[in-house]
Design a protein around this ligand. Structure first.
Ligand SMILES: [Zn+2]
Ligand SMILES: [Zn+2]
Length: 199
């Protein structure tokens, strides 16, 4: 059974295939926080500045309506592509710049299933990464983190071996060109949105 996602206004809709998920992690890195701030969507962050993310094969994500509002930005000329809806600035997913890397980090905030259904499909959010930049103290989850990193690495490798990276809604088929030209955020704008070092 697929899990539905949509932007906040409902224009852009899609589905996720739980089978294609690698792991679920909450990322506290400054870039994920800056991204939410740039979109004016800090509401998607948890109380400690974390982004709850399902790491998965891009092939497991389908846009079923409103894909004309799909857009993306990047915090630097080589940084990951951060996909969101143009209609209501809902962050949707982060991908590598290179489609040969079958990775998409889908924001749980855009999943419409209730939390218990989301937990059943992708496991509970119990892996914290980049906890050093959390806005409040978050306990590192070393063992869970190591296991998740292994699952993501193995999943990416397996997806590549199966050539599943060719199936992606984010890149023009057979090319390395994203379906939307990313907006590269100017340095000053990025710095203004990046949280200060909390030590
Ligand atoms: Zn929308
Ligand atoms: Zn992050």
């Amino acid at each position: 059974m697929t899990i539905a996602l949509q932007c906040s206004c409902g224009h852009l809709q899609g589905t996720l295939e739980p089978r294609d998920a690698y792991a679920r992690v909450v990322c506290y890195c400054r870039d994920c926080q800056a991204y939410a701030r740039l979109l004016g969507r800090e509401d998607v962050l948890d109380a400690c500045g974390g982004s709850d993310i399902v790491a998965m094969q891009p092939a497991g994500l389908r846009f079923t309506a409103g894909a004309d509002r799909l857009t993306c930005l990047s915090l630097s000329p080589r940084g990951p592509l951060r996909w969101h809806s143009a209609c209501c600035n809902t962050p949707l997913a982060n991908t590598a710049r290179d489609p040969r890397l079958p990775y998409a980090g889908v924001l749980v905030a855009c999943i419409t299933a209730d939390p218990s259904a989301t937990d059943r499909a992708f496991g509970p959010a119990r892996v914290a990464v980049n906890t050093g930049s959390a806005t409040r103290a978050v306990r590192p989850t070393r063992r869970h983190t190591a296991a998740a990193v292994c699952r993501i690495g193995a999943g990416v490798l397996l997806a590549k071996l199966r050539h599943r990276h060719r199936d992606t809604p984010f890149f023009i088929a057979g090319t390395s060109r994203p379906v939307v030209e990313p907006r590269i955020v100017a340095r000053a704008e990025r710095e203004a949105a990046t949280p200060a070092d909390h030590g």
